[in-house]
Design a protein around this ligand. Structure first.
Ligand SMILES: [Zn+2]
Length: 109
């Protein structure tokens, strides 16, 4: 399922909520705040949910893969124990955390 951890409030359209359940709005969703306009609320929710979708795609592969091991020594081609399952072709794995996840602020943020 595509993650959408935040949503806009159903009545005002300017409130922000963190979903308790990912598939439907709930009275148990956590109120986060209110924006000046509906457009601002949609933009914030859209950005948060886009980051969540990117993080869902870029995950560590449970299996070792082959690729370039080191940015320092480009001749180091071999097994990468922890690689991104999305980045790179099957024979060119990218070490985890991949550049996309690093750009988003690490693998645990
Ligand atoms: Zn990646």
């Amino acid at each position: 399922m595509t993650p959408a951890p935040w949503r806009v409030g159903r009545k005002l359209g300017r409130t922000l909520y963190e979903r308790k359940y990912t598939d439907q709005p709930s009275d148990e969703d956590r109120f986060l705040g209110i924006m000046d306009t509906r457009e601002d609320a949609k933009r914030v929710v859209g950005a948060v949910n886009a980051v969540a979708r990117i993080r869902q795609i870029h995950q560590p592969d449970p299996n070792p893969r082959s690729g370039w091991n080191s940015d320092d020594d480009p001749s180091e081609y071999g097994t990468i124990e922890r690689a991104c399952r999305e980045c790179g072709a099957t024979d060119m794995a990218v070490p985890w955390p991949c550049p996309t996840i690093r750009a988003l602020g690490g693998d645990d943020a």
